[in-house]
Design a protein. Structure first.
Length: 159
């Protein structure tokens, strides 16, 4: 997408596409990548206790990702718009009261958890590449001018 281009999906299509994208991107892809390299910590095709610690990052992160998706979904009427610009309105409830980028952060924690769980160098490298490709500050720059008063209020609540 370039400039002001946007994608519009009917709500029912978005309701099917979003979970499918999450399953493929945040579960299927790490599982497939894990098969490319030996799994550290695994014995007889079973994860060790240390590998299972990774699931402590994965499970709550999926919860937060779902919570964010829900907050965005309930704010839409008939279409879900994917726009590469400042959003139409600023979400300040739920996980957005603690962070301006909870979806990015949840995605990062999911991949870190899978990297620990699978103990696979391929997942670790992909996780790092994924992190390097995400520019969290970009979202702040997009919305800084439009949402400056609300962002200043948000920052006043941060420690």
């Amino acid at each position: 997408m370039k400039g002001n281009q946007q994608l519009r999906y009917p709500r029912r299509v978005a309701l099917l596409l979003w979970p499918l994208t999450l399953l493929l991107g945040h579960i299927g892809l790490p599982a497939g990548l894990a098969d490319l390299t030996p799994r550290m910590g695994w014995n007889n095709h079973q994860p060790s206790a240390w590998n299972l610690v990774g699931l402590l990052l994965v499970v709550p992160s999926f919860f937060f990702l779902g919570w964010c998706g829900y907050l965005h979904f309930v704010r839409t009427s008939h279409f879900i718009e994917v726009v590469m610009a400042a959003p139409g309105e600023l979400v300040v409830e739920g996980p957005y009261q603690w962070s301006r980028n909870p979806m990015y952060e949840a995605g990062m924690l999911i991949w870190m958890g899978w990297a620990i769980f699978y103990g696979s160098l391929a997942v670790v490298v992909s996780c790092q590449a994924h992190f390097d490709g995400i520019k969290i500050t970009r979202a702040g720059r997009f919305s800084e001018g439009k949402w400056l008063p609300r962002r200043k209020l948000f920052r006043s609540f941060l420690p």
